[in-house]
Write a protein that binds this ligand. Structure first.
Ligand SMILES: *[C@@H]1O[C@H](CO)[C@@H](O)[C@H](O)[C@H]1NC(C)=O
Ligand SMILES: *[C@@H]1O[C@H](CO)[C@@H](O)[C@H](O)[C@H]1NC(C)=O
Ligand SMILES: *[C@@H]1O[C@H](CO)[C@@H](O)[C@H](O)[C@H]1NC(C)=O
Ligand SMILES: *[C@@H]1O[C@H](CO)[C@@H](O)[C@H](O)[C@H]1NC(C)=O
Ligand SMILES: *[C@@H]1O[C@H](CO)[C@@H](O)[C@H](O)[C@H]1NC(C)=O
Length: 563
């Protein structure tokens, strides 16, 4: 008979081959702020993503290793989108089977027209506009509408099934269960400065600005992009918009001392007309402050339909464009606990594909205070992305040494195994750390994060034409590092060298060369009542709160530039 619901959690992979592709959680965790607005009318279109199984993923993994490791003879020999497509595109049998199933007539389903599958790219989620009750296509599913403010989503609170014969052809069906999550920059109050008179010298500051960052990371006025064809990007999700006018005002207020641009050159996706979001303003303003004078793109709320999951839609966009920026800053979080294994595996493969193309993808390592019982990742720490933690100035009002920002996300994935490139560094940390949280709180065989860090505390941001102080979060440190990577790419491209691509193998080989080690402070992480206050602590060399430390730009350029 037809397979029953096969619901699995983190460790629960489908138990047998009869299981259909993992359906994700049985119920969406309706996050705070979203309200149920009733069952959907049958016949209303629902956009779902069918992630078709790809070929040659093991070969892809070996290839990524070869093109990302500076010691490999193939270092920097990235694939074009077309070459990548030839390598991984699903077999003809997969495509045929799924299309046939989608287009098969079903009694009572085609009330508003036929199924129109739209293959968006080699990337292979096939994005389908299903002008029918997809409930009948995916037995078990039941579509309901959920709203938050102006936004509206369609999700199924129940698990779906697909016919057993499709199981080997589909990784998962997206857009059914998950709600988009979002990492928020947090604004937190500070005490008024109480400075000893002898400390009130030139480096005194009242919050992080481009000048403070450039001073701290030893960037000179000459450290700006020169090539018209180099570029960098931020990804925005949900209804997060930046405004060009905010950026212009920000640069007017804070942009002296370095050549910079005052316009985002390209917005991919839909940039709405709503109020600017703090997160979006922060990303754009700071990637353009370190990645100064580098052409900047924003991938904004991609997806052609409200019900599409924005994160998947972003991946689809990336994979459907043969020319995209080399560097991407992403401040988007996903709690591993809320995701299905199949989904995470597939997203990981997509990051591998980005690495094969030579793209650098940087993720915010997240923040503390997330409701979770374990020290694992609220940031989907694929081994194929670079994660950025957070620091603050030891003296919050002086450009001095940095310590761990207690909000910095860090720890171990409970899903992705530890990649080879970091095994030695993490092993050394685990052996030498003097105080570790109870071992039941983390899974030391997992991918450890973050990889490096930057200031994440007390930023100035202009949003809706108003300069706001005290903005904090690893969503600040991530674009800061991204901009620096874009500058190193600029330097390399000027010399005919390939861009840096997936950074981690090179980064871990540097052994903190080019980075200032952060050795003080602990983060709070997301601990429950048993372990109060403290997660991991910074140590000399790599640690799971600040990674290898924060960039010393000229040294990092010297270390990574000529590789
Ligand atoms: C992007 O998708 C469209 C179909 O929506 C397709 O025609 C086009 O070839 C794709 N581009 C790339 C570079 O894959
Ligand atoms: C800024 O970049 C442009 C190319 O996009 C280049 O022509 C210009 O010289 C750069 N400005 C500075 C001050 O280096
Ligand atoms: C970018 O411009 C440089 C210098 O003009 C050129 O050598 C390089 O091939 C260009 N790169 C791309 C990807 O177009
Ligand atoms: C620990 O992490 C590994 C991945 O590195 C995973 O396979 C394993 O299931 C995790 N252990 C537990 C107890 O969750
Ligand atoms: C910047 O350079 C100064 C002087 O060499 C050094 O003390 C400082 O640590 C550097 N900054 C970082 C982040 O390494």
């Amino acid at each position: 008979g037809p397979p029953g619901p096969c619901v699995s959690r983190l460790s629960g992979r489908p138990a047998s081959s009869e299981c259909p592709p993992e359906p994700g959680r049985a119920r969406p965790d309706v996050p705070p702020g979203w309200a149920h607005a009733g069952r959907m009318d049958p016949g209303q279109p629902v956009q779902l993503t069918f992630a078709l199984r790809q070929r040659s993923t093991a070969r892809l993994a070996r290839l990524v290793q070869a093109v990302s490791d500076p010691r490999s003879p193939q270092y920097g020999q990235y694939l074009s989108l077309e070459q990548l497509r030839d390598l991984v595109q699903p077999s003809a049998a997969t495509l045929m089977t799924v299309l046939k199933w989608l287009q098969a007539p079903r009694a009572g389903t085609c009330s508003a027209g036929p199924v129109v599958p739209v293959p968006v790219s080699h990337y292979c989620p096939i994005l389908c506009w299903l002008s029918l009750t997809a409930e009948r296509l995916l037995p078990g599913a039941e579509f309901h509408r959920y709203v938050q403010g102006q936004q509206s989503l369609v999700r199924s609170p129940l698990p779906y099934t697909v016919p057993a014969e499709l199981a080997e052809h589909l990784d998962f069906v997206g857009g059914l269960h998950r709600f988009p999550t979002e990492r928020k920059a947090v604004s937190r109050a500070r005490k008024e400065p109480q400075l000893a008179p002898q400390l009130a010298r030139a480096s005194f500051h009242l919050g992080v600005t481009p000048a403070v960052l450039r001073q701290r990371y030893n960037m000179t006025g000459g450290d700006v992009g020169l090539l018209p064809n180099n570029s960098q990007a931020c990804a925005q999700f949900l209804e997060q918009y930046f405004h060009q006018a905010d950026l212009a005002e920000f640069m007017q207020l804070f942009g002296s001392g370095f050549a910079h641009r005052t316009q985002v050159d390209r917005v991919v996706g839909r940039q709405g007309h709503g109020k600017a979001g703090l997160e979006a303003s922060l990303d754009v303003e700071y990637i353009m402050s370190t990645g100064a004078n580098v052409s900047t793109w924003v991938f904004s709320n991609p997806g052609r339909h409200e019900s599409q999951e924005p994160f998947l839609a972003w991946l689809v966009l990336l994979s459907n464009m043969s020319s995209v920026p080399w560097v991407h800053s992403v401040s988007y979080g996903d709690d591993e606990d809320s995701l299905s294994y199949a989904y995470m595996e597939r997203v990981n493969t997509e990051f591998m594909k980005a690495a094969a193309r030579g793209l650098t993808i940087l993720f915010a390592s997240g923040g503390a205070g997330q409701p979770c019982a374990h020290l694992h990742c609220p940031c989907l720490p694929s081994p194929y992305v670079t994660t950025v933690g957070g620091t603050s100035f030891k003296n919050p009002f002086l450009v001095t040494e940095e310590v761990t920002d207690y909000i910095s996300g860090g720890g171990f994935s409970n899903v992705f195994p530890m990649p080879e490139y970091q095994a030695a560094a993490v092993g050394r940390f685990l052996r030498s750390a003097s105080k570790l949280p109870p071992s039941s709180y983390y899974n030391s065989s997992g991918r450890a994060y973050p990889d490096l860090a930057a200031l994440s505390d007390n930023y100035w941001v202009v949003t809706n034409r108003i300069p706001l102080p005290w903005v904090s979060g690893t969503s600040a440190s991530t674009p800061v590092v991204a901009g620096m990577v874009a500058l190193i790419n600029d330097w390399r491209l000027q010399r005919g060298l390939p861009p840096l691509g997936f950074l981690n193998p090179a980064l871990y080989q540097l052994q903190k060369q080019g980075l200032g080690d952060v050795i003080q402070g602990c983060h709070l992480s997301c601990l429950d009542g048993t372990v109060q206050g403290q997660g991991f602590c910074a140590t000399p060399a790599w640690d799971p709160v600040t990674g290898w430390g924060t960039p010393n730009f000229p040294r990092l350029l010297r270390a990574l530039g000529p590789r």
